[in-house]
Design a binder for this molecule. Structure first.
Ligand code: AMP
Length: 143
């Protein structure tokens, strides 16, 4: 147990996506944020929104960056709800391993929800690239 905040490390997988070192199914990008499909979705159309400025999670994030990130999260959430005609949207965000965080670059999860359908497991099964691509296009078309 520790009260110290671990430093940001730019070798995490989302930093690599930001640098273009590994691909993603991109939904939206501007000067401050990037949104893309989660490769192990917990539900149809599960996406992630990340800031371009590196922070480990919410706890060490710049408040101005947070403002832009939550605004982008709202934008993608509205588009995803429309794209999949969802009944609701779950927004999730984890801080440190004990809380379920597995990638240490701040991100919000955006998950369309449907009445009677439970949330899938966290970091479960890798989705087919064709499904991710099709769902990405649906959200982009609803932006
Ligand atoms: P967390 O556990 O909150 O840190 O969430 C990390 C999320 O990133 C999980 O939902 C993973 O499925 C997702 N993920 C891991 N690697 C990738 C990747 N290369 N592209 C897109 N999503 C990823």
């Amino acid at each position: 147990m520790t009260n110290t905040v671990s430093p940001y490390a730019n070798d995490n997988i989302f930093a690599k996506i930001l640098r273009g070192e590994i691909p993603c199914h991109k939904i939206y990008e501007d000067d401050d944020v990037l949104a893309f499909m989660d490769v192990m979705p917990q539900g149809t159309g599960h996406s992630l929104v990340i800031p371009k400025q590196g922070s480990r999670n919410l706890l060490d994030a710049d408040t101005q960056v947070l403002g832009k990130l939550i605004a982008a999260t709202q934008k993608i959430a509205i588009a995803a709800k429309k794209a999949f005609d969802a009944d609701g949207i779950t927004i999730m965000q984890f801080n440190e391993t004990a809380a379920g965080q597995t990638v240490f670059h701040l991100h919000f999860h955006i998950i369309p929800r449907f009445d009677g359908i439970e949330l899938g497991g966290h970091t479960g099964k890798m989705e087919d690239q064709e499904v991710l691509s099709a769902n990405c296009k649906k959200i982009v078309a609803s932006l």
